[in-house]
Write a protein that binds this ligand. Structure first.
Ligand SMILES: C[S@@+](CC[C@H](N)C(=O)[O-])C[C@H]1O[C@@H](n2cnc3c(N)ncnc32)[C@H](O)[C@@H]1O
Length: 258
């Protein structure tokens, strides 16, 4: 089997098995569902980095930017092996209000939980008041790029993000199963930055992994011209937009499977 594909598949299984929630509010196994909703982008900006379960596991972007107000989080992140990663130890609000957006960014925000939705006491050294949430949401609403926000359902969030696309995800936390939402200022679609974590469950990811491997192997055994003929026919006969096909050809859309 193709070596790059093999290592991508190893990566998926390893992370499925070993990824545990080491950080209160960390995304635990949820990172796969979140990554599998992220649209294509060149610059990835994560405003409340925490344990960085998304940043560390998603396919790298041309530029990745991690922000956290806690200097210990940023010190830890300095050791991550991520190409073109910039880290900022400042308030997310300050960063977002000064950054020069071009539209090619994806901003992902996972702020500390709203006090009213928390089951337990204080989680972080730096918490958010309702006013902080409101202020952050007002700023995120104005950004001229794609934005995704994680949080628990609450009147404040439902009101502020009315009209955004939303998906409910089930997270396994230290306190048991919790449903949380992910909102986006664009419609969730099949056009993704990274396809290596799709499936929604370990079993499904395995099924897709095996199917992908089978198809890749089959294609790899064809003479080059036949392989191209099959690929061309596939692209023409399916609902693949020209833009997606172009990115495929440039090898930039399938993540590690490309
Ligand atoms: C919910 S956690 C992020 C969890 C992360 N997504 C993960 O999977 O580990 C919230 C993070 O926001 C940080 N934070 C709190 N207030 C902040 C602010 N004003 N600006 C930037 N980061 C802040 C905290 O230090 C904490 O690391």
């Amino acid at each position: 089997m193709n070596r790059r594909l093999n290592s991508a598949l190893d990566f998926i299984v390893k992370n499925d098995d070993e990824q545990s929630m080491s950080y209160a509010g960390g995304k635990g196994r949820l990172w796969q569902d979140i990554v599998s909703l992220m649209p294509p982008h060149e610059v990835y900006i994560e405003t409340h980095l925490g344990g960085g379960s998304i940043m560390r596991n998603k396919r790298e972007s041309a530029l990745s930017i991690g922000i956290d107000i806690d200097h210990r989080v940023i010190s830890k992140a300095c050791g991550w092996n991520i190409k073109n990663l910039e880290l900022y130890n400042i308030d997310a609000f300050e960063f977002l209000s000064k950054y020069n957006f071009t539209g090619k960014e994806l901003v992902y925000s996972d702020p500390p939980y709203l006090a009213s939705t928390k089951k337990n006491r204080k989680y972080y050294r730096f918490e958010y008041s309702d006013e902080d949430h409101q202020r952050l949401l007002s700023l995120l609403l104005k950004l001229k790029c794609r934005v995704m926000i994680s949080g628990y359902s609450s009147p404040l969030y439902e009101r502020a993000l009315d009209g955004w696309d939303v998906k409910e995800l089930v997270n396994v936390t230290h306190g048991g199963l919790r449903r949380e939402n992910i909102w986006a200022n664009f419609p969730f679609s099949a056009d993704l930055h990274d396809y290596t974590s799709i499936g929604g469950s370990f079993r499904e990811r395995e099924r897709i992994r095996r199917k992908t491997a089978r198809w890749v192997n089959k294609l790899a055994q064809l003479p080059a011209v036949e392989r191209r003929a099959v690929l061309a026919a596939l692209i023409q006969s399916s609902d693949i937009e020209p833009d997606f096909a172009n990115r495929l050809v440039r090898g930039r859309s399938l993540g590690a499977l490309a």
